[in-house]
Write a protein that binds this ligand. Structure first.
Ligand code: 13P
Length: 253
């Protein structure tokens, strides 16, 4: 089953509005041979979403947000709704990133609600899962990832599941320079695909599973050449257009 690779840059809490527009424009203008062959998105901070969306309008680079609240509107100070993300030009939204889980207490139940709200608004969730170093060393990787996938995606129909991307991001590999080996990534990706097949049958063959955690131009191609690694969620290296574009091109099959 040929799945179009999907590479998304997660800019985290980086870039002012003018910096974000400049970076997004460089990505937009540098796709080259990857245009149309690799799905590409960038996820700026909330403050830059609208301006970056304007810069990317009509281009092959899509806009993603980094988080969302599940309610449509109301007294939720500091939160942003799915409809607001759509209004700003987003097509995707990251959910359950390990920094949100570990620094801000995001639970699997919150992830489930956010995924449902995003799908309801016509947005595509990128659902992050991944084990900590202690969990990997305790041989609990597959158990932890399975719980995060099953609880985060509970109750979705096969049609809804097809609109979801899963990002496997081992916590010990995020921002540390330590990447999972291609074999380690493939093992977990295959396990995730098996769970997705139980949840959504043949839809599982069409769901993209991204790898994230210290993806760089030097390791991107080998990681994404694994049969169940369908792209990447890129942090640090997505802040340099040249590096991000090299990773995007590493997804070309
Ligand atoms: P790094 O690529 O900086 O390790 O971050 C990965 C990540 O968290 C992407 O969401």
């Amino acid at each position: 089953m040929a799945r179009t690779p999907f590479v998304c840059g997660n800019w985290k809490m980086h870039e002012t509005v003018p910096e974000a527009v400049a970076l997004a424009s460089e990505v937009r203008d540098g796709l080259g041979e990857a245009a149309g062959k690799v799905q590409v998105a960038v996820a700026p901070p909330f403050t830059a979403l609208h301006a970056v969306g304007q810069a990317l309008a009509g281009s092959r680079v899509e806009l993603a947000a980094q988080d969302v609240h599940w309610e449509a509107k109301g007294a939720f100070t500091g939160e942003v709704s799915p409809g607001m993300l759509l209004d700003a030009g987003c097509a995707h939204c990251v959910v359950g990133h390990s920094e949100r889980r570990h620094l801000f207490g995001e639970t699997d139940e919150a992830v489930r609600r956010k995924v449902g709200a995003l799908l309801g608004a016509g947005l595509r969730p990128i659902v992050c899962v991944g084990e900590t170093l202690a969990e990997r060393e305790g041989s609990r990787t597959l158990e932890v990832v399975e719980r995060q996938v099953r609880q985060g995606l509970a109750g979705l129909s096969a049609e809804q599941l097809e609109r979801v991307t899963v990002a496997y991001e081992p916590v010990w590999a995020i921002g540390t320079g330590k990447t999972a080996t291609a074999a380690q990534a493939q093992e977990v990706h295959a396990a995730i695909r098996k769970i997705l097949r139980e949840l959504g049958g043949s839809a599982a063959d069409r769901i993209r599973i991204q790898y994230g955690g210290s993806v760089k131009p030097e390791n991107a191609r080998e990681l994404m050449s694994q049969p169940d690694v369908d792209g990447a969620l890129v942090g640090g290296a997505s802040l340099k257009a040249k590096d991000f574009l090299a990773i995007v091109k590493g997804a070309l099959r």
